[in-house]
Design a protein around this ligand. Sequence first.
Ligand SMILES: [Zn+2]
Length: 388
Amino acid sequence: MFLIRGAEVYAPEPLGRKDVLIGFGKIIRIGEGLPGEYGGLDVDEVDAKDCILAPGFVDQHVHVMGAGGEAGFFSRTPEMQVSAIVSHGITTVVGLHGTDGTARNIEALYAKVCSLEQEGITARMLTGSFEMPSATLTGSVRRDLIFIDKVIGAKTAISDRRSSQPSRSDVEKLLAQAYTGGLVSGKRGYTHFHMGVGRRRLDMLADIIRETEIPPYLIIPTHVNRDEELFVQAMELAKMGAVIDITSGIAPEGGFGGAVKPSDAVVRCLENGVKIQNVTMSSDANGSMAVYDADGRFAGLCVTTVETMHKEFRDLARTKGVTLETALRPVTSSPAAAIGMYPRKGCVAEGSDADLIIMDKELSILKVFAMGRLAADEGGALLKGAFE
Ligand SMILES: [Zn+2]
């Protein structure tokens, strides 16, 4: 058990200076002058005066078992290690397939997600892949949602040269399967759309929101900051009720010319009247980003990294003139709600999971707690995988 003393708590809404008692994986009490013991049990005190306490980050797009492979087998990206995840403040991840859903399979993704949980963080997964019909564990997306605890939604790809060019009917059926599977299993049952910059961009999703009964908040397009035109369209889709996911790993300084810088993208959403609960940010860590020339020929490849989420959050809070509460929402409460895990995740409240970040006033990460355990300290990971 830990008693975090005197931190400025952002839940993400500001709660003021509080003591926070955590134990058994949960936030037990939040108050002032809390006693240094609990029911006769030892409590480790953490002095957090002059520090900020925030929810652990919720990263809804992580290639936990690696991805890539679109330039040949040598271009497969490596698996994520739990130490890399927690040292950048992330305590909940959703694993998913990348371009290659053939040489990599969904069973391996399930195993990796389970291993991350055994190592101490919270991990879930999406069924499906770039291709349709979707790769599944049980034979259908609906059955995966209903019978596999770790599966909370589905994934596919549209408007991208690497997609399987699904029709609108294919996409509607996928949304319906994920939704009804979610209803039966008490999960969100959302669908995550890898977006490319194909000419049709988000047209299909806008038509589906306008013309079907599928709840728009279950439609989550990602990589929406990939270029200006896609991003402008995404803001309109968010105003129609979709949740748009900005990729922190896609930034002009990361070699993505034409991309909208992730922290700027959040500011522009706010200026354009998009509700902050409809805006999330994810890292796309360990995904490969292919670069193509004007004729569509493969021109290069890089791997996205996990630290970008904290970096863009920090940029947003420190240099873009938004409040700390607003800067925290796209990396905490908004994604937690979008994937159906709020308020267990993405918030500092009694009864929520003890996933917490302690930061200094410059918003550098000092300590990370995952499910009540000290996972990282002074930037170094304490949680490690079996072979790290
Ligand atoms: Zn990805």
